[in-house]
Design a protein around this ligand. Sequence first.
Ligand SMILES: Cc1cc2nc3c(=O)[nH]c(=O)nc-3n(C[C@H](O)[C@H](O)[C@H](O)COP(=O)(O)O)c2cc1C
Length: 187
Amino acid sequence: MMKVMAFVGSPRKGGNTSKIVNSICTGLKENGHAVEVYYLSELDNVGCKACDSCQANKVEYCAINDKMTTLLPKIADADCIIVGTPVYMLQLSGITKNFLDRLFTFYRRSNHTARYLPGKKYMTVTCNGAPAEAFGNVTEYLNQLFNGSFKMKNVGNIITGNLTNKDDILKQQGVLEQAEELGRKLS
Ligand SMILES: Cc1cc2nc3c(=O)[nH]c(=O)nc-3n(C[C@H](O)[C@H](O)[C@H](O)COP(=O)(O)O)c2cc1C
């Protein structure tokens, strides 16, 4: 049994990103894993303040007193992290970037290493209005961060497109099946 935390980076609850992430979670639960889904728009995360408290080891995780800080020890303890984001203005959404910035506490600028995260698994989901292949750059960036900087293990990248309205992904049942399968086969 793995502990999985899934983060939805679209403020549109029940939208395409949310539906795909929830399909992965359905598969994960069938597989016996424990999953918690977090909607980043509900965290009121104002972003990293660059106070350097984490880098100077003045606090265990983060000096900001908000919900995101309470999630940091849970992230340190999780086995797998899922991050789903819509593409906004050619990039990942702002709330997703604000979330990623708060993971700075896991990075050690002094020697360019990461603590707690190396070896954990991660999956990414991206959704855009343009055809799927148009914004591979967002997935590349996420892989650069999670695999490159944090030394986490990539267990799946779902890249989707042609999604404008909230329910458009329902016309791409194959993607939702692929997402469920990804969850079902995580080991
Ligand atoms: C502010 C904003 C900016 C967007 N920018 C882009 C973009 O640059 N390229 C693109 O292909 N789609 C863009 N879209 C469309 C969304 O990526 C697409 O509808 C996606 O499926 C939304 O995910 P959701 O259903 O989970 O909210 C944008 C949507 C919004 C609201």
